[in-house]
Design a protein around this ligand. Structure first.
Ligand code: PLP
Length: 476
């Protein structure tokens, strides 16, 4: 477009910057899926979407509740008498019954070991909106937040793009299963200080996206001690709090601050119903702060990203139904555990290991042994083969700012079991083909990957599965 070059003069820096991340090469995977989406009958040789951290395993339980509770919706004969009240409601404090129900649910999602004050619940447009809102409250343009890497890539968009806050990675290594060490924290902090960058806080996702692991008590205590000593903020994105399907159980930062002495004004939690309830389209984000000024400021800011009153009304009923929430959390965790085991066992049988994990909607898959060369170019090469030949859209570790090439995040809960089986069969053929090449050439088989793997998913019998086709998502 001719006008594009002139845009930098007439539009804002935010509008013309690339910080959103949509133009990154990683979107090639999404485009490949979008152009050729897998469908068991209509397009059995298409690309399977394994780059989307979505929970589609438990919607039937929610649907059943909705059918049994028509009064909870203003769009039914039984609930329409509330229509006018709800349609007019726009107070940025939110419906009191919604805040009460969310606070209760947040406590349950953390094993009932902590409770949350409804007065500190602030709404945001998903965790996306809540995270950005917090950055606006805690940091000025140019200030920085430390973030342990590998980290959720959209943190760049959510935390940096419009706020102009910087992110400084804290390097975590595979040699200790990507634990966050005090040394790594200190190193990142000092590096920033040396170049006069003001570090305002540390932000992390616990449970981790992309690792699928939960932080243990000693690590959490060391994080609190670190931020307390430096007098910087700690933001814990606990969006996967109830997406924990086996032990060790999840420990929230809210539990730790009951045990460790620290300045609570520095502690903030981000939550959402996008993962734990599988409702990303509802855009229910929560900012929970122990700092009164942050609560009050972010509440004013929340006008830019409120949860619709209709959604609040429905969820107020749903989340205050103890029988439902107990059943949902239990059954959802059971289904996730089953899916996780099916997928990781399948990979294991082919000699592919994943980082041991107990949470999340994905595995952190170790393909280092398949790299042509131990570099990020090598990783990108392998990734492109996986997309174009194996026809799976997985996400390379470099897109999560992992410091070691060869790791890939693979999502397993956004499809049905049959589609997972198709994906596993494709991976198996890929691995077997690779080994055949190795035997024949007696060279590293990876060298011939592109040439020799005339692999085509077309030759495999892929039936009976279904996979949703979604546009490029807002969060992954
Ligand atoms: C760690 C993390 N934070 C935030 C988000 C965004 O969530 P939401 O859909 O609630 O905006 C995601 C989504 O993948 C995530 O993984």
């Amino acid at each position: 477009m001719e006008f594009e070059s002139g845009n930098s003069q007439v539009l804002s820096k935010i509008a013309t910057s690339d910080e959103h991340g949509e133009n990154s090469p990683y979107f090639d995977g999404w485009k490949a899926y979008d152009n050729d989406p897998f469908h068991p009958i209509k397009n059995p040789h298409g690309v399977i979407q394994m780059g989307l951290a979505e929970n589609q395993l438990s919607h039937d339980i929610i649907e059943e509740w909705i059918i049994k509770n028509p009064k909870a919706s203003i769009s039914t004969r039984e609930g329409v008498h509330e229509f006018k009240n709800i349609a007019l409601f726009q107070d940025y404090h939110g419906l009191p019954e919604f805040r009460n129900a969310v606070a209760k649910f947040m406590g349950k999602a953390r094993g009932g070991r902590v409770s949350f004050d409804p007065a500190r619940i602030v709404m945001g447009g998903g965790a996306t909106g809540a995270n950005e809102m917090l950055m606006f409250c805690l940091a000025d343009p140019g200030d920085a937040f430390l973030v342990p890497s590998p980290y959720y890539p959209a943190f760049n968009r959510d935390l940096r793009w419009r706020t102009r806050v910087q992110l400084i990675p804290v390097t975590c290594q595979s040699s200790n299963n990507f634990r966050i060490t005090e040394e790594a924290l200190e190193e990142a902090y000092q590096k920033a200080r040396k170049v006069n960058i003001k570090v305002k806080g540390l932000i992390l996702a616990n449970p981790s996206n992309p690792l699928g692991t939960t932080l243990d008590r000693p690590t959490l205590i060391s994080l609190v001690n670190f931020i307390n000593e430096k007098k910087i903020h700690l933001v814990c994105d606990e969006i996967y709090a109830a997406t924990v399907f086996r032990g060790p159980s999840f420990i929230s930062i809210s539990e730790i601050i009951e045990e460790v002495e620290c300045d609570r004004n520095l502690i903030h939690i981000v939550y959402s119903l996008s993962k734990d309830m599988g409702l990303p389209g509802f855009r229910v984000g929560i900012m929970y702060s122990y700092n009164d000024t942050v609560v009050s400021c972010s509440r004013k800011m929340s006008s830019f990203g409120l949860v619709s009153s209709q959604t609040q009304h429905l969820l107020a009923s749903m989340l205050s139904d103890d029988e439902f929430t107990d059943k949902f959390m239990l059954e959802n965790a059971r289904r996730l555990a089953k899916r996780h085991e099916m997928f990781t066992k399948g990979l294991e049988e082919m000699g592919i290991k994943c980082l041991e994990s107990n949470a999340g909607l994905f595995c952190w898959m170790d393909l280092r042994h398949l790299l042509k060369e131990n570099t990020f170019e090598g990783e990108m090469g392998l990734w492109r083969v996986i997309i174009s030949d194996v026809k799976l859209n997985v996400s390379p570790g470099s897109s999560f700012y992992c410091h070691e090439p060869g790791w890939f995040r693979v999502c397993f809960a956004n499809m049905d079991a049959e589609t997972v089986q198709v994906a596993l069969r494709r991976i198996l053929m890929f691995v077997v083909k690779g080994k055949e090449v190795d035997m024949k050439s007696k060279k590293s088989w990876q060298k011939n990957l592109r040439l020799r793997l005339s692999f085509s998913s077309r030759i495999y019998d892929e039936t009976l599965a279904s996979s949703p086709h979604s546009p490029i998502p807002q969060s992954c």
